[in-house]
Design a protein. Structure first.
Length: 196
């Protein structure tokens, strides 16, 4: 997929595109992530870009979007106030505002994560400790893709992945949820060519 194909397919009213990835970004790639956010925001009219407001890739992609049009950026956070000082999104959805007991599909898909799945039910039932808070991040990553009864699902995703250990951690979980929900995605091996 090239940039024009991406724009033709996904630049429509109410389109949601995820921009996210690993916390550890190679120094040489930082400006590329910012440039992608700028490029996509300036070349499209309708897409809303979604992030998880994490350090690293999420932050750099978001910086690029907000340089052009902050109203096109939304984030989903694991709790209210998450990295508030670094959140430049026009719209923020927090898990604290979502009744997860009324979102069984989100809970079900979150539980597919082999590392945090066992803590999902505890978090949803209201138990809060350092273990269940890890589950909050996984649920946040699920919601970014699936949406909820009040949040639109994603249509496409662009990732900055760790190519030495691909599809691991929270980024890997998000990719897995994309695959489960037939949400197409690409990583930097594709989108970095769009910057040339």
């Amino acid at each position: 997929m090239n940039l024009d194909q991406f724009i033709n397919k996904y630049d429509f009213e109410n389109s949601i595109v995820l921009l996210e990835g690993k916390r550890n970004v190679d120094e040489a790639d930082v400006n590329k992530l910012i440039q992608l956010g700028e490029l996509l925001t300036s070349r499209t009219k309708h897409i809303k870009f979604r992030s998880g407001n994490a350090e690293g890739a999420d932050f750099y992609f978001s910086e690029g979007v907000t340089k052009i049009n902050p109203e096109r950026l939304e984030v989903i956070t694991p709790y209210s106030g998450h990295r508030k000082e670094k959140n430049n999104a026009y719209k923020t959805f927090s898990l604290d505002e979502i009744n997860l007991l009324q979102e069984p599909e989100v809970v079900y898909q979150s539980k597919t994560n082999k590392n945090s799945g066992k803590f999902i039910d505890e978090f949803v039932s209201g138990k809060k400790n350092h273990l269940t808070m890890k589950a909050a991040y996984i649920i946040r990553d699920t919601v970014k893709v699936t949406g909820t009864s009040t949040i639109k699902p994603a249509n496409f995703a662009l990732f900055y992945d760790g190519l030495k250990n691909p599809k691991s951690g929270g980024t890997g979980h998000t990719m897995s949820i994309c695959a489960m929900n037939n949400v197409d995605f690409v990583d930097q091996r594709i989108w970095m060519k769009w910057l040339e």
